[in-house]
Design a binder for this molecule. Sequence first.
Ligand code: KE4
Length: 430
Amino acid sequence: MHKQSDNLFEKSKEIMPGGVNSPVRAFQAVSRNPLFIHHAKGSKIYDADGNEYIDYVCSWGPGILGHAMGQVVKAVQKTCENGLTFGAPTEKEYILAKMVQERMPSMEMLRLVNSGTEAVMSVVRVARGFTGRDKIVKFRGCYHGHSDGLLVKAGSGALTQSVPDSLGVPKDYIKNTLVAEYNDIASVEALFEKEGKEIAAIIVEPVAANMGVVLPEKGFLQSLREIADRYQSLLVFDEVITGFRLAAGGAQEYFQVKPDLTTLGKIIGGGMPMAAYGGRKEIMEMVAPVGRVYQAGTLSGNPVATAAGIETLKILGQQPEIYEELAQNTKKIADTIREVFGDRVCVNQIGSLMSVFFTEEKVIDYKSAVSSDTKKYAAYFNDMLGRGIYLAPSQFESMFVSAAHTQEDLQKTIEAIKRIGEKLINLLYK
Ligand code: KE4
């Protein structure tokens, strides 16, 4: 059934930690060997043993159009023929930056980088450089990449692997990282009352998607905006997941809250290594070579990744109806799970993001998210995998729906949920 994957996994484990290049891919949380993927097309992925799956990981977000989208692949192939990277400015970087700015006008000026981690690391440095303050506020369970100062009570793989505070990060690095509770404005107010004058910025996932999907409660984001203004701190939206996914203009368009700075990743590169950070011009002009906040990158804005990003944003721009369709399709899956499992689970869904938590609590923050039974989630994951449905191998990640998921895919997914529902309820809840 998975002989090739198992064989590749055994060999890979000898040369790469856990046999993977990113922890969550190791499938440890679902107690089985990972599948090695051979190729993908549209909504499907195919493992090394030739098994086909409907893919709801979509490479953790970049795949909003589906895999190996013809127009994107052609643009990449054509660009490659003219050279992969020059280490010099190109027109494509301007074109992509302009497209981003048109969709997110708060990004008056931006810089292209190679990963979400790099974007967040850079934006924190700029916020500190601009305000002259050292402290930042993040939220327990939110994940902003693996830069030292942000591996504090982090979500995603850090939470999945139970290392929300990583080894190897000096205490000195994290004394400036203050932790508040998501959807708990009082916890933010308390930090600011105590140290507001030293807080450079609040960084938040406007929809948390790294402790599973947790929606901002009404007024939460607006209150963060108001507190930041009150203390002359900056509000940073980490839109690495929500950018171009929740709406063309991301969460800042969806919720109509304007951050001072934004980080982007995933969809901006259409599957190639591409990310960005940006915001108010007066802040971004602190960045070298204009200002004295240094940040650089050999492959930043490289032609091949910008070509993929440009094509992806172009297609999304030509088909704005995609967002409503994605939301409706995702809601169909969410409603089926609610129907089958009842109040045994909590399903959080917004746009094309959703998570099912195996807890009877309403999941609104880290504490309620970790009340979910990860063993039940693992049983659900493995049963769905056996039916050809590839979900996130962790309770603390999101399910991603793409424009390539057909009504047939959705029907098969819904049928699978209905079929395993009965079995899992008997197995897990009796
Ligand atoms: P990358 O460095 O992985 O490109 O981006 C870091 C990052 C920053 N901000 C947010 C809100 C993110 O979700 C991420 C990365 N997301 C995870 C999935 N939840 C990446 C998957 C992985 O670590 O393998």
